[in-house]
Design a protein around this ligand. Sequence first.
Ligand code: KIV
Ligand code: NA
Length: 265
Amino acid sequence: MKRLTVPRIRQRKGGEPLVMLTAYTVRMAQLMDPHCDMLLVGDSLAQVIYGLPHTVAVTMEMMALHGAAVVRGSYHAAVIVDMPFGSYEASPELAFTNASRLLKETGAAGVKVEGGKVIAPTIEFLTQRGIPVMGHVGLTPQAVNILGGYGVRGKSAAEARSIVEDAEAVAKAGAFAMVIEGVMEPIAIEITQKVDCPTIGIGASAQCDGQVLVAEDMLGLFDRTPKFVKRFGAMQEHVEDAVKKYAEDVRSRAFPSAEQLYRSE
Ligand code: KIV
Ligand code: NA
């Protein structure tokens, strides 16, 4: 199976919905890859893998190591790596240095950056120099210290207009796709109709050109359930059940038994 390319993803605008999930580790990437068009090495690994309070603390090293693991575990999906907070905002040149490092060290197909009008010149700078960029508008978690939380964006008419303008700027700058996160649904629909690249929704709209979720959220492995998450699995219960049985078997000496032991017969 040949790996999906950025141009082929871009061509999917208005077509069959794009399927995207986050992946941070090789085994999860292997399991999700056959069913996904894109795997996102999201900086949400802050909370999901590292127990950090938000994504602001994520480093280039974390993204490079997890990105490389996900590329090694996938053959079909295009792998996109989040640029961590602080690695791209200061200037297009800084962004190029760090984005090119991520592509070199991971083998990923592209990077994702948060932001709208302000970051559009950087998106243009990167795409003109060989780095495919996915945008991310609406609720942008790296701005949590400005926003004060993760509430839905675009409730006022002014904020809604500003988000649509952000999306148009990101598309015009050459983003090959964009995530729309945590917005009032009409905003996601309007953006999807207006921009020429695929929109990937999370807490956005079924009319987006694709959807993304944090894998651990939809697998039921993570103890948060925002409104926009649908649990497609119950992994937490599976893990708890298996660990409980293991602990019981160790304590009762039922494990290990003859099957698991090396004995000369
Ligand atoms: O980091 C992440 O997981 C993301 C997705 C939720 C879009 O950016
Ligand atoms: Na992210």
